[in-house]
Design a protein around this ligand. Structure first.
Ligand SMILES: O=P(O)(O)OC[C@H]1O[C@](O)(CO)[C@@H](O)[C@@H]1O
Length: 407
């Protein structure tokens, strides 16, 4: 009987490299450590001074400050309305551990949840529902710079549609520099010159995803970031997409409660729309169109709990996944959302953006100014030129921006 030939050894599948470690805040001198050790106490101070709070709130803020600086992560009150949700998001595993030793993304988010608890936002009581950041957001909306930006719309009206489209896309992108939390720790950030050019620019791919020339437009989801001077240009972009037939419907995803100081909530959308309709000139026309779009359902606002989750978007719940899967495009705004989109890890900067968002259920575009160390999708040349010119500062200074797309 002939011997059975020995099968050739099976070729092992190519090993998928393990992703780099999740960013923690435990390294003194690092950017994340500074946010936990300095920015959060500064935010507590600012909030404390912004309202005539009663002694109970002052005591709660004192306790939060002590916990942030020297203590450990404590559980939510036993009757917290969202206790189950936070347990699903990892609270039990992190309770009793140092704020600095758990994923930075998680500890930052939990800080805002605890801050709202301390100021009585979740009630019952007189402070229930009040936004502790509202005075800062309001001041920004009323600032002369906001009026100047809106006045620029008058000149834009007569420009060709593609020029308007580019200006409004870039307005939404650079609006992300106007971030109140960021300015608390980097007071010069907004006055520093923005770098010309983008570190990555997939804007052609973005426009290619939105039908033009009579094709039936679908839904664009816009995951918003900051209120005020970022939300207004986001709304202008939404109005343009609807008007030009590049979107049949825009769904604006905002935060369900005040978060990261300036993040937009439904109340901030109302403030921004009111500011537009009350402005002179072309801005008011945009405002009226958006108001009408709300009434006919072509502009919708969502405040899904996961928008303020301490987790990357890879862990999004099935309902949200289905919404993004059905959209022509999901536009993800800002630095924090970028961290959540690609995963809050020290990716080598040349890691392809598409690889990090392969899980996303539909076409996705990131519009972001760089305010934290997470970055993907750069060419070697770009990374090396930025390092040579600025050391590591380009990653966090807020002067550089990107548009990245995965179709
Ligand atoms: O408003 P954005 O663009 O999400 O920026 C949030 C900022 O807060 C941080 O999360 C740090 O707290 C950084 O990512 C960024 O500097």
């Amino acid at each position: 009987m002939p011997a059975t030939p020995t099968p050739p050894p099976a070729t092992p599948p190519p090993a998928t490299p393990a992703p780099p470690p999740v960013i923690l805040g435990d390294e003194p001198g690092s950017f994340p450590h500074g946010v936990l050790a300095e920015r959060h106490p500064a935010i507590i101070r600012q909030v404390r001074d912004a309202f005539p709070y009663d002694p109970a709130v002052h005591h709660a803020l004192d306790a939060l400050l002590q916990s942030c600086l020297k203590g450990v992560i404590e559980p939510l009150p036993a009757d917290a309305h969202d206790g189950d949700r936070w347990r699903d998001w990892g609270l039990d595993a992190y309770t009793g551990r140092s704020w600095f030793e758990v994923p930075w993304l998680w500890s930052e988010s939990y800080f805002y949840r605890r801050l709202l608890e301390a100021v009585g936002h979740f009630g019952p009581g007189v402070w229930q529902g009040l936004d502790p950041f509202h005075p800062f957001k309001r001041a920004e909306l009323d600032a002369p710079e906001t009026g100047e930006e809106l006045a620029a719309l008058d000149a834009l009206r007569t420009r060709p549609a593609d020029e308007r489209a580019r200006a409004l896309l870039h307005g939404s992108l650079w609006g992300n520099r106007a971030d109140l939390g960021f300015r608390l720790s980097d007071a010069d950030a907004e006055t520093r010159d923005a770098a010309p050019g983008l570190v990555a620019d997939d804007s052609e791919a973005l426009w290619a995803l939105l039908p033009a020339g009579g094709k039936t437009p679908g839904t664009v989801c816009l995951i918003a970031d900051n209120a005020g001077r970022e939300l207004i240009p986001d709304l202008l972009l939404a109005a343009h997409l609807l008007e030009q037939g590049r979107a049949g419907r825009v769904v604006l995803h905002v935060k369900p409660y005040p978060y990261y100081v300036s993040d937009a909530t439904p109340a901030d959308v109302v403030d921004a729309l009111r500011a537009l309709t009350a402005a002179p000139g072309e801005a008011a026309a945009y405002g009226r169109r958006l108001w009408a779009a709300s009434a006919d359902g072509t502009l919708a606002v969502r405040a899904h709990p996961f928008a303020a989750a301490p987790l990357p978007y890879a862990g999004m719940p099935p309902g949200l996944r289905a919404e993004f899967a059905a959209a022509d495009l999901t536009i993800v705004k800002g630095d924090l959302n970028y961290r959540r989109l690609v995963g809050d890890r020290m990716w080598p900067p040349t890691t392809p953006f598409a690889d990090t968002v392969a899980y996303f259920p539909g076409p996705v575009a990131a519009l972001r100014t760089l305010k934290s160390e997470v970055i993907t999708g750069l060419t070697e040349e770009t990374e090396s030129a930025l390092n040579t010119a600025e050391g590591r500062h380009w990653r966090t200074g807020g002067t550089h921006a990107l548009i990245q797309v995965r179709d």
